[in-house]
Design a protein around this ligand. Structure first.
Ligand code: 5RP
Length: 265
């Protein structure tokens, strides 16, 4: 377990930049991920971990990659159905066969199938413990629910209590540090909908300043006008203490190809 986690979190900064590319599991060919192989391949060297489904892993990621894989193992409903109606879709055996460094399960606190999704998490943690497999819980948030510190704090704490080793949640501007304080395991933030690059870098910076252990970011990287430049800018914030302004300047320089390599470790 510790060895798998050590592959994800940098020994130097203790932070992680996970790349989330699992969106197709409920919303099909998402903008920026219509051709997963094309999008993901150039980002792999800059990702501390890839968060992905087994279908995309098997079909679109070279088996020779050294990037650790966290496998999404929950799913079921599509974007046309009741999103909280999730079950476990991928077995621990398959996760082990695919050499995953961890698995990810969504929970839907406050949604129709809250109890089942929390039980899903518990079941996966029970199995994962036998194999030293870290479990990432994703606190999925329905459209009707406000993403404030009270709600996010509740969802993150429940995930940790059930046994998640890492929790992925959303950033909230007010009292995010209280969300972190109430959760005894590392928190990484999802990026959410695409926003301007400078704003996304500010969000990553704020979250990390308030105690997040990194990001598990998707659309704000792969929908960027220059995904490879953007992921390097996010890394600069997470691993090299860049301010949002410095990271945005790096993004612009990389985007304009004025430098060829960056600050990545
Ligand atoms: C969906 C997920 C996604 O991985 C998560 O939303 C991260 O992606 P983004 O940064 O695009 O929000 O778990 O349930």
């Amino acid at each position: 377990m510790k060895n798998r986690l050590a592959r994800i979190f940098s020994q130097k900064s203790s932070k992680t930049v996970m790349l989330a590319v699992d969106h197709g599991y409920f919303q099909g060919p998402t903008t920026g991920l219509r051709n997963p192989r094309e999008t993901i391949t150039p980002l792999l060297p800059y990702s501390d971990c890839l968060f992905v489904t087994r279908g995309i892993l098997r079909n679109c990621i070279a088996p020779t990659t050294n990037t650790p894989i966290f496998l999404r193992v929950s799913g079921g409903p599509s974007v046309l159905g009741e999103l909280s109606n999730e079950d476990i879709t991928t077995s621990m055996k398959d996760a082990l066969k695919l050499n995953a460094s961890g698995v990810g399960v969504s929970i839907f606190v406050g949604e129709k199938n809250e109890d089942r999704t929390i039980s899903n998490l518990g079941r996966v943690v029970n199995e994962a413990e036998d194999f030293g497999m870290p479990v990432l819980a994703i606190t999925a948030v329905g459209k009707e629910i406000e993403r404030d510190a009270r709600y996010l704090g509740l969802a993150c704490r429940i995930a940790a209590e059930i046994g998640a080793h890492i929790v992925k949640t959303y950033y909230c501007a007010e009292d995010f540090e209280k969300v972190v304080e109430g959760c005894p395991v590392p928190i990484v933030i999802a990026g959410g909908k695409k926003i301007p690059e400078r704003d996304a870098l500010q969000m990553a910076y704020n979250a990390i300043s308030k105690g997040a252990s990194g990001v598990d970011m998707g659309r704000n990287i792969f929908q960027s006008e220059n995904p490879v430049a953007m992921i390097q800018a996010v890394r600069a914030v997470a691993h090299d203490n860049y301010t949002p302004d410095e990271a945005f300047e790096l993004f612009n320089r990389l985007k304009d190809k004025k430098v060829v390599s960056s600050v990545i470790e």
